[in-house]
Design a protein around this ligand. Structure first.
Ligand code: MN
Length: 242
């Protein structure tokens, strides 16, 4: 078998969608153990208000990942816009290695930039302002020092406002800004980018500095069960068709 690496993102797991959780358990048990590594590119959870918000559901997810990790498959995690408050305590339970927001990895000889992808949607200026605050050192500190019940209320309020706003934003705003894709890829000197967030699974062929380049977008799991497999031989973006 040719060595390969798996990428998943935007599972948006919650206790309410056990069908998706079961899909993940099956994937982690039957498919993932054959991989060199598994990368989770953010929005694993629908919402995350702190590692102290522990329950049967979060523990069952952590355990499934940890079992994979203990079988010898490294599991890397990049935060999404829903679960950016995941910290070392949960990471340890799940066997995750937390990565920075953007990182270049060597994928069978190809330097590849990986990220969640929300940073590419620069036309949503309100969201980018919130993102800047949410990723600062001080804002999470303040939020995480609040009691769980307060954080739960704040999260509910935040989701309601964001849902209302999303319905008013056009598709164009919610997708990536092509210029920002170019900027990021040039900044990191890569010809390949992998991200999620937009729920628009695709392999885009680009031209960057007169050379062929690629942007691979993972889909979500609510509708698509999107899995990306990368090996020396190429790229395979599939859907489990949930
Ligand atoms: Mn997202």
């Amino acid at each position: 078998m040719i060595p390969f690496t798996y990428f998943i993102s935007d599972l948006h797991l919650s206790a309410q969608r056990d069908d998706i959780n079961q899909c993940l358990f099956t994937f982690l048990r039957d498919q993932a153990p054959q991989a060199d590594a598994l990368y989770v590119l953010g929005d694993l959870f629908e919402i995350w208000i702190g590692d102290d918000d522990e329950n049967c559901f979060t523990l069952s997810i952590a355990k499934a990942f940890k079992t994979l990790r203990e079988s010898g498959v490294p599991v890397y995690f990049i935060h999404g816009n829903r679960d950016f408050l995941i910290r070392q305590r949960f990471a340890k339970k799940a066997g995750f290695t937390l990565l920075p927001e953007q990182v270049v990895i060597d994928l069978y000889g190809v330097p590849t930039l990986i990220m969640h992808g929300d940073e590419l949607c620069t036309k949503d200026t309100d969201y980018q302002a919130f993102r800047k605050k949410a990723r600062s050192w001080w804002w999470p500190k303040i939020i995480l020092s609040m009691p769980l019940s307060t954080r739960r209320k704040l999260a509910q309020k935040g989701r309601a406002t964001s849902k209302q706003k999303q319905s008013m934003l056009s598709d164009e705003i919610m997708d990536v800004t092509p210029q920002e894709v170019t900027n990021q890829m040039q900044q990191f000197s890569v010809k390949r980018l992998i991200h999620g967030h937009t729920h628009r699974p695709a392999i885009h062929d680009l031209i960057l500095n007169d050379q062929p380049a690629q942007r691979i977008v993972l889909g979500d799991w609510y509708e698509q069960g999107s899995i990306l497999k990368v090996s020396e031989d190429g790229i395979d973006l599939t859907s489990m068709n949930l």
